[in-house]
Design a protein around this ligand. Sequence first.
Ligand SMILES: [Zn+2]
Length: 397
Amino acid sequence: MKIRFLLICLFMLSNSIFAEEAKRFAIVRDSDFNAVKKEVLLTDLISKHSYEGKYFKIVNGKSNIAISFNDNDDLQLKAATSYFHLSKARSFFVNSAKSQYVEELPQVIIRLDIKNVFNEVGHFANDNLNPQFNNALTVPEGAGYEPKEISPWGKEIWFRPSKVINLKDFKGQVDFGGSLKGSLRLFRNQTHMVNLQNFITSLLQGPLNSQSNLIRLVENSVLIELIYQTSDKAAAVFNRKIYRLDSALVPEIIYHEFSHVALSKSLELTHSTPVNEGLADFFAGKISNSKKLATNIKEYNLFNGKQVQKKQQYQLLFESGDFANSDFVFGLLWNIGLVVGNDLETQFMLNVADKLNTNVSIRDDLLNATLNTCKTLCKASLNDRIKLYELFQSKNL
Ligand SMILES: [Zn+2]
């Protein structure tokens, strides 16, 4: 009996040593959408001692070597959190959205704590040039540049280090009511034409001009606000009096960035537009699969949210990058999803994205792609297209 027990123990031990899985601590959402630290299982690893998997390799800054299981705890928490949620996002696109493109994607490099500006030719801009904090971005592949010994690279996701911005530094320019929550409310009620990142950066120009470039905030505004509103307890991620964002610790930002990669078959990663940002937010919301988040999106989206006083009508200005408001597109897509139905919307939206490119317009291209997709995919094709027309008309589209 004892020997059998020992054998089972040995078997389990050998399994845990040689299996391509590892248990690590990561930030996840609980059922109330609070961020909590929890042990999770990382799968599809190809290394026994580092964050390198079949689909993702998590590295520190400009390095090409995977972060080790012996690295410092802070860095490992970001590595495990991003690895875990990237795996979830990938599996969503492969299994729920049936994306062959994502299934065949080569390993994506994920850079943590990288401050460099992205450079299309040189990969990384000079270290001292305009260091970046508090945001995340997805960069397109590059051919490299042999004379300067720059190797080619594939699509990559970059998470910036966090940097504390004290809210009192904003004072005198806008009354925030002393909290980030106040500033977000102000942004939502008065500034529908720019995204949050531009808004706060513009506030910082003036007395803090020298710092303004240091603070590019994460781009997706409605999602960020919802995350903030529901994450008060996550002191490690957000704090009332300061703004800092460890984007690699926020599941929805990770989903948003991976969605850019997943949609890059047709939507190039070269620049942001209302349509590609709105689509990335849509998928981030779906991958999150949180009832609480869905309820909040329903209440607070600027398109037709119940709690929003000044809902938006479509304006031609939305088409231009400078005045882009991806929130409008996000709300529009979320509502299209409701018409199409829960069981169909993910595949539906992937189909829509496949019909688009990065430079499409909302009014013509996005709407046409939606109606054409409905023609073939909707269960009640004619009826649902009438509902979509009505939805578009209600917003002056
Ligand atoms: Zn984005």
